[in-house]
Design a binder for this molecule. Structure first.
Ligand code: SF4
Length: 347
């Protein structure tokens, strides 16, 4: 932690830099807690540039928590399609329904933290930015800045390490402008104190930075995860017949992508005979790295829970990312007559 004599100056330098250099982002032009909440949920696991168009479209269709609470699920998912991690959209609607019952947006940190889909970081960000409540918000950017400024090699992936940095963040927080201070810390991590090649010469808090003195900027933060990623190989079946494709739909209460359409696998069609391989692609979800093969298969006698969906209807349905990637593989195969391969992505 910084010596007490330097804390005031650290805050002043950071806030002054943020006032002059912050990026112009749509959610920074409002104090509406509803809009700030939507932006924070969208920014979980999604990059700023990708979020901007979704944020604007989403707010013009669902401008209030009442509109979101009342929205048909299919429409909600259609406005979320492409952002990935669909449980976030479902949680947004559940939370909006809680607000509709109470007749207002929650106004304390504790109340915000109780909303579905809101963790410690998101609650602190909303409470501080929308209501100026003194709660330090710690995202990956802030952990990195703290670890470097304090030249502290505590593991940020451990629960003890996170608590340790949370205590430091609480002490450093500017109690008079907590919302601005939190945003400034995050902005510093996102634009100057980068994971690789931190821009120390441009940094407004370089004077206070321990890692800059020790030369350990690139070694910090230390992040050692106990969990290893898991590789898995799966096959999805592309069964097309009479201008229709055989698909199944996830249940409305599924945690993962509720209501979305998927290609069948062995689990849905245990007796189907696999045919020609059309290609493959990689797909990452949290700790899982999947390699999917796309294969043709015979038309099943018993389609089980699957349904034939007209190809021209696909554009209006919520399709999983796996299905969209498989569609790309099939399109490429048909154009080249060669098994196609598509690169990894998450979602
Ligand atoms: Fe990060 Fe460099 Fe600034 Fe330290 S001086 S906080 S390492 S950008």
């Amino acid at each position: 932690m910084l010596p007490a004599s330097e804390v005031t100056e650290f805050r002043a330098n950071l806030l002054d830099w943020f006032a002059r250099h912050q990026r112009d982002l749509p959610w920074r032009r409002t104090r509406d807690p509803y809009a700030i909440w939507i932006s924070e949920i969208m920014l979980q696991q999604t990059r700023v540039a990708a979020v901007i168009p979704y944020y604007e479209r989403f707010l013009s269709r669902f401008p209030t928590f009442q509109a979101l609470a009342d929205a048909p699920e299919a429409e909600l998912l259609a406005h979320w399609a492409g952002l990935g991690y669909y449980y976030r959209a479902r949680n947004l609607q559940k939370a909006a329904q809680v607000m509709r019952e109470k007749g207002r947006f929650p106004i304390s940190y504790e109340e915000i933290r109780c909303l579905p889909g809101v963790g410690d970081y998101t609650a602190a960000a909303i409470a501080s930015i929308a209501f100026d409540l003194p709660h330090a918000a710690l995202d990956g950017n802030v952990f990195r800045v703290l670890s470097r400024v304090c030249d502290d090699a505590t593991n940020i992936a451990s629960s003890a390490g996170r608590k340790h940095f949370a205590r430091i963040a609480d002490e450093l927080l500017d109690g008079t402008e907590p919302g601005m201070f939190n945003q400034a810390m995050m902005e510093l991590g996102a634009t100057i104190c980068l994971p690789n090649n931190p821009q120390c010469l441009l940094c407004p808090v370089a004077r206070f930075c321990g890692a800059r003195v020790s030369g350990r900027q690139e070694e910090l933060p230390v992040k050692i995860s106990a969990r290893k990623s898991v590789e898995e190989h799966r096959t999805v079946f592309w069964i097309e017949h009479g201008g229709a494709l055989l698909l199944w739909q996830r249940a409305a209460n599924s945690r993962l992508m509720p209501g979305f359409w998927e290609l069948p696998e062995r689990a849905q069609l245990p007796a189907v005979a696999a045919g020609r391989k059309l290609g493959s692609f990689r797909h990452g979800i949290t700790f899982y790295n999947y390699r999917f093969d796309v294969a043709e298969a015979s038309v099943p006698v018993d389609a089980g829970a699957c349904q034939w969906i007209a190809l021209e209807a696909l554009a209006n349905l919520p399709l999983s990312t796996v299905l969209k990637k498989a569609k790309g593989v099939v399109g490429k195969y048909r154009a080249t007559n060669e098994p196609a391969s598509i690169a990894t992505a998450s979602g």
